[in-house]
Design a protein around this ligand. Structure first.
Ligand code: ADP
Ligand code: MG
Length: 327
């Protein structure tokens, strides 16, 4: 497949930030995504199929406690187990498990993500057992070279484009919801789950994202610039979104230098906020922690999601001027 590489200029905000280049001859080509389980993990997966849910819940509960005592925890919710496994246990209504299972059903290996071995929910805690991605965490973008940034944009953009093209739903009135078809649970729109809102269209969804544009103070300032984007959102596809793209959720398997040489593809972890969402959602979520509208990361996000530009612009207007704040 011919890839278009996006070169990010270091120019100021007013200048054109993207030049689309032909396949870059100074960057190693992207390898196809390969996701393969070792024989041992295939056998483990098959064995777990024979166990009752209650037994597996007890097993993961015990493993979680042991991991605390034996120093296997690498994060408050994540334990690195022996044999290249990871156990993520969260007090969420759903964990990463359903999303990772969904990725397994894609026809084409498109997204490099941990491979799910098993997942259960014991009523309080969601446990997901998956493969450990042995590699290097993505450094802060300002520590990446210009070529790394180009490569990262190309790699991530290619994975998302493939994910979206395989998952976009053709069902009329498909709800906007979590992977488990429950109300959207996301800190960016925390009020949606608090009020148990069922969102049946992109328009309804974006009216929740950009709350308060009808308030008197916003009516003649913010609303005229955001309303057309909400209307334009009607035709956006509903796709399977990751929901938390950030440097901290990217791992270079085998290390940065293997990735630079084209021997691996960047891996996307942390699928807890994945769901059926309008396509521009991943771009909005990827910039949620940014305090500036135009910095290296936001420019990369625009290049990764080239169709999300007007939604990112609207989001910045809302965040800067609507006076609503995200709690
Ligand atoms: N499959 C994995 N392989 C390697 N490290 C992982 C994996 N899953 C999680 N981690 C490590 O645990 C950290 C937290 O996991 P993450 O799923 O991002 O949890 P959170 O939802 O709390 O951000 C990650 O930043 C990473 O360091
Ligand atoms: Mg994370």
């Amino acid at each position: 497949m011919r890839l278009l590489w996006l070169a990010l200029t270091d120019s100021g905000p007013s200048q054109n930030i993207l030049n689309i280049l032909q396949p870059s001859d100074h960057l190693a080509p992207l390898q196809p995504v390969t996701r393969r389980l070792s024989l041992a993990t295939v056998l483990l997966k098959s064995w777990l199929l024979y166990l009752l849910t209650t037994v597996r819940c007890a097993l993961y509960g015990a493993l979680w406690s042991i991991s605390g005592r034996w120093g296997w925890r690498i994060h408050t919710t994540v334990a690195h187990l022996p044999f290249g496994l990871v156990l993520k246990s969260t007090r969420a209504s759903h964990g990463d498990g359903d999303a990772l299972r969904m990725l397994d059903t894609l026809r084409v290996n498109s997204v490099n993500a941990p491979i799910l071995i098993d997942s259960v929910h014991d009523g309080h805690v969601a446990h997901a057992l998956s493969t450990y991605v042995d590699g290097e965490w993505c450094p802060a973008v300002h520590d990446l070279s210009r070529q790394d940034k180009e490569r990262l944009v190309g790699d991530v953009r290619n994975q998302f484009a493939s994910l979206y093209s395989q998952t976009h739903t053709t069902i009329v009135d498909h709800p906007i919801c979590t992977i488990s078809y429950t109300t959207v649970v996301d800190p960016r729109v925390s009020w949606v789950s608090e009020r148990g809102l069922q969102l049946r269209s992109n328009e309804e969804f974006f009216r929740q994202v950009w709350l308060g544009i009808d308030f008197e103070k916003n009516q003649h300032t913010v609303r005229p610039r955001i309303e057309p984007v909400i209307i334009a959102a009607r035709v956006e596809r509903i796709v399977f979104c990751h929901g938390d793209l950030a440097e901290r959720n990217l791992i270079f398997p085998g290390g940065l230098s293997a990735w630079r040489q084209g021997r691996s593809r960047v891996c996307l972890i942390d699928w807890e906020f994945a769901g059926w969402m309008p396509e521009p959602w991943d771009a909005l979520k990827a910039t949620i922690s940014e305090c500036e509208a135009d910095n290296e990361w936001t420019r990369m996000v625009r290049a990764i999601f080239p169709r999300a530009g007007q939604f990112l612009d609207a989001d910045w207007i809302w965040r800067a001027e609507a006076g609503m704040g995200i709690i």
